[in-house]
Design a protein. Structure first.
Length: 365
């Protein structure tokens, strides 16, 4: 079972929604579409489902060209962020409706509905109508109906956004296991990099209608192919600063230097962009193994167990995420440290020049 998109593109009223894209997804796979609002995630899903027809390219299901096939003729289910249920039916009948269309036996319908209701904590609500339950419960009902259908391709467009934190966390861990066991191809759209990592599988990063990278989620996170992909896969946004490579030495804006390791050895001399994520900034004076900076505090945000710090440093605005609750004051000067092994380097064209890791640098001295 495979879903393959070959040079698929889509424009609406002269505006490109999806630039030519090539993707292939396999049976039992978890595939995350990650990108900000209006990146093209929903547009790409609609093409996969057959709700829209591409302007160029072909869509293949198990090797068969289904580009022009209507959605009703496809082995697909879709769940949106805004739930859709049949208001005149009970929760039980909503979940059972696609199974009845498939002419399943009453015993099979009963077992499948009960299984989905237990998974999504709906067992006590099966006799109620959608307008008698909360919005989050209605969304769970819509998800249960899609899962019960047992189709080859399930598309979920930010389906957990309206659920409470505890249930969202539970479903994030349950959904990948469920689909791996079912053998379905699962495509899940989200704006949240953390959610992409929690779901695992593969991630396609999208930016302005382009798929910038597609591969194992952890690999895309650790080695983004370019600056855009790094930005998409970072929340809070990735921090950047300009550095200069001169032979076997990297020169940082505050005068610090690092020896160049094997990963950067082949990169031409000149200006590079050094990128690092918020949780890699550390408070306090650096050790000999780390870079150190003096930053001026602009804003703090306390989450309960962690503190976001927004600082001005070297003419840039950086964000750090540090453990604990700290009584900082605005305009306070903070010593911050950055372990070199967490820095990504990008060339003048924005392409990845060297991934993060100890092979990129050599310790000073």
């Amino acid at each position: 079972m495979t879903l393959r998109l070959h040079d698929v593109s889509k424009s609406v009223d002269g505006q490109v929604h999806i630039h030519p894209v090539n993707l292939e997804m396999q049976k039992g796979s978890m595939n995350v579409l990650l990108g900000p609002t209006s990146a093209g995630k929903t547009s790409l899903m609609r093409l996969m489902a057959g709700l829209d027809r591409p302007d160029t390219g072909k869509i293949y299901w198990n090797g068969e060209d289904v580009t022009g096939a209507r959605v009703q003729k496809r082995d697909v289910a879709m769940v949106y962020q805004q739930f859709v249920n049949y208001p005149s039916m009970s929760v039980y009948d909503n979940i059972a409706s696609p199974l009845r269309i498939q002419k399943r036996s009453s015993e099979e319908i009963e077992a499948r509905v009960r299984e989905m209701a237990e998974l999504l904590q709906l067992t006590s609500l099966l006799e109620r109508k959608p307008d008698e339950i909360s919005g989050g419960q209605q969304q769970r009902c819509a998800i249960a109906r899609a899962l019960a259908k047992d189709v080859g391709l399930v598309l979920m467009d930010e389906p957990l956004a309206n659920l409470d934190y505890k249930l969202r966390e539970e479903l994030r861990s349950e959904i990948p296991r469920l689909f791996a066991n079912s053998g379905s191809i699962f495509v899940y759209a989200t704006t949240d990099p953390e959610e992409a990592l929690l779901l695992g599988g593969q991630t396609a990063t999208l930016w302005e209608g382009r798929v910038t990278q597609f591969g194992p989620s952890m690999e895309v996170y650790r080695s983004p192919i370019d600056e855009i992909t790094a930005r998409v896969f970072s929340d809070p946004p990735m921090n950047f600063m300009s550095v200069r490579k001169d032979g076997r030495v990297l020169h940082f804006p505050n005068g610090q230097t690092l020896g160049v390791g094997e990963a950067l050895g082949h990169v031409p001399d000149g200006e590079l962009q050094a990128g690092f994520r918020a949780h890699h900034l550390e408070l306090g004076a650096a050790s000999d193994a780390n870079l150190s900076f003096d930053a001026k505090l602009a804003v703090t945000e306390i989450t309960g167990s962690e503190t976001f710090i927004h600082v001005d440093c070297l003419g840039q605005k950086w964000t750090g995420l540090v453990p604990g609750v700290h009584p900082f004051t605005v305009d306070q000067t903070l010593p911050i440290a950055l372990p070199p092994q967490h820095i990504l380097y990008f060339d003048a064209d924005g392409n990845l020049a060297a991934p993060a890791g100890p092979e990129t640098f050599k310790l000073r001295g």
